[in-house]
Design a protein around this ligand. Sequence first.
Ligand SMILES: Cc1ncc(COP(=O)(O)O)c(C=O)c1O
Length: 383
Amino acid sequence: MEPNFAALREEFPVLRHKTYLNSGSYCALANNVKAAFETYMDDRLAVGANWDVWVTKNEAVRTLMAQVLYASPDEIAVTASASAGLNALASALNFSGPRNKVVVSDFEFPTNAQIWHAQRPRGARVVHVHRDADGYIPAEMFADAIDEQTQLVAITHVCFRNGAKLDIPGIVRLARAKGAKVLLDCYQSVGSCDIDVKALDVDFAVGGMLKYLLGTAGIGFLYVRGALIESLVPTHSGWWAQEKIQAMDISANKPARSARRFEAGTPAVVNCYAAEAGLQTLLRVGTPAIETRIRALTRLCMQGLQEIDWPIVTPDRDDRRGATVCVASRDSAGLFDELAKRDIVTSFRDDNLRASHHFYNDADDVAAFIAAMKGLRDRFRPR
Ligand SMILES: Cc1ncc(COP(=O)(O)O)c(C=O)c1O
């Protein structure tokens, strides 16, 4: 049975007065997430330092995140950001041998390229796979870049600039054929579609809680395939990464046997409260139903844009786009401002305006966006 999306909308008060199409930047705040922040504050006032409960909150986030990805809790590190997870992973990889190549794409969010470039003094070589004339990167374009020297293919699932979704199974097949590992940066997709890390057969996945996972900034995750964990020893570490946190042993580094070895210091406790609440809502609705809903909304949005003859940057194919529909503009910042004046919240990157959809959006939101875009067409559509 389809979730009751109209009732779910009521849980996000901002939707009463804004057309909120900005989940690719930061999700709408749900009542239960706000309440979770308040519970933390109440705890602080009532109890002071409630460490016993706080530790369980970090573990709750780990367990819920594992459910979202169809992984085991032992395969999830709860991190301060996607960047923190990437850095911990990078620190555990050895680039001094013949497999020193990291393959990234033109679609990466900066952090998933910069962190690999930062490994160059340690021997890493970073190779970029470029987009084709249509602006997309079909899996076969990775074929030349992935070879026997490739240690890691580090790729985004959905591009933050144009909303394009990569063919992950196709790219994983190419990587497997050459013995390379695959890292999926799913920050722009996780929570907006169903992601089964086992079915996708990726080795690592990173993301964070502030977008489609309905939580907050300041908390993220790193998935590491269970069979790989014990072979990877991060040098980016800390006391919360140790096998026995309470041992307080300063004589050695004894990393946890689980993916917790990729964590570092004291968890962002208040963020755990918020992330837990967000993930609970997400799992209650269910990622398969969310994916179906978002596919229909983005399709509707693209049809509306076609009707008003506004060029769309995001691929038309259902399997090649995520939750964000991007259009080109001759002044994307100006267009963003004008939409904001009309209570339509979007975002922009480069020359593109981004309209990101979540399950709490509906056909009326799309209609409001298209109507506003029609009114702004003469000023902002590319010439
Ligand atoms: C695809 C993608 N990767 C990584 C990041 C950055 O994550 P963090 O700031 O948690 O390191 C973002 C943030 O917007 C993103 O969209």
